[in-house]
Design a protein around this ligand. Structure first.
Ligand SMILES: CC(C)(COP(=O)(O)OP(=O)(O)OC[C@H]1O[C@@H](n2cnc3c(N)ncnc32)[C@H](O)[C@@H]1OP(=O)(O)O)[C@@H](O)C(=O)NCCC(=O)NCCS
Length: 159
């Protein structure tokens, strides 16, 4: 039997997690939902080599019982804290991302925290607004090497 979200815990990411995180974040359906372009293996390795030694990044594995089911992190862009998360597809729809975000916001008390979400991703918008984030703007985000062009909402949790 798979435990319910009450069994959700967070722990730091280690280098041993990187193979399954790479596999999880290569899933085409997940990338369609997040409106992202998966990193190549080389880009992924370089990205995580930097992340694992960056004191400004809080990167956590999401555990459900003993199973590794996702990733959640706070990172900085333009001197501002942002949150991001990703759940293994087979675990979607069980309240895991919502609970992981609630736990991370206890771990990381800094505010404000922001998030950028494609407006075509209602599940992610719902997770954030349940935790108190508010949409402060919606704009066209041009394509980059990591993101196809999309309409994107900026959400902020002020306190
Ligand atoms: C988005 C994602 C993190 C959601 O994870 P999850 O564990 O399934 O999310 P939860 O079960 O905690 O919550 C999803 C919420 O969205 C709601 N939801 C799901 N699909 C929805 C839809 N089409 N329209 C409106 N609400 C929707 C659910 O009902 C739930 O809200 P509720 O608790 O009020 O019922 C997961 O699908 C994922 O990892 N996707 C790929 C990566 C990604 O999109 N990351 C976020 C980038 S901003």
């Amino acid at each position: 039997m798979i435990p319910e979200p009450a069994g959700v815990r967070l722990r730091p990411v280690t280098s041993g997690d990187l193979p399954w995180i790479f596999r999880m974040q290569s899933d085409p359906e997940s990338n369609r939902m997040a409106v992202t372009i998966p990193r190549s293996a080389e880009a992924f390795d370089a990205h995580w080599k930097a992340v694992l030694v960056d004191p400004n990044i809080t990167a956590r594995v999401i555990l459900l019982g003993d199973a590794t089911v996702g990733l959640i992190s706070v990172f900085q862009r333009d001197a501002r804290d942002f949150v991001g998360y990703w759940i293994e597809r087979e675990y979607w729809g069980r309240g895991i991302a919502s609970e992981a975000l609630r736990l991370l916001l206890i771990d990381v008390p800094r505010r404000p925290i922001a998030a950028r979400v494609a407006t075509t991703n209602p599940a992610s918008l719902r997770i954030l607004t349940k935790c108190g984030f508010q949409i402060v703007s919606v704009q066209h985000a041009p394509a980059t090497d990591r993101f196809p062009a999309c309409e994107e909402a900026l959400l902020v949790l002020e306190c």
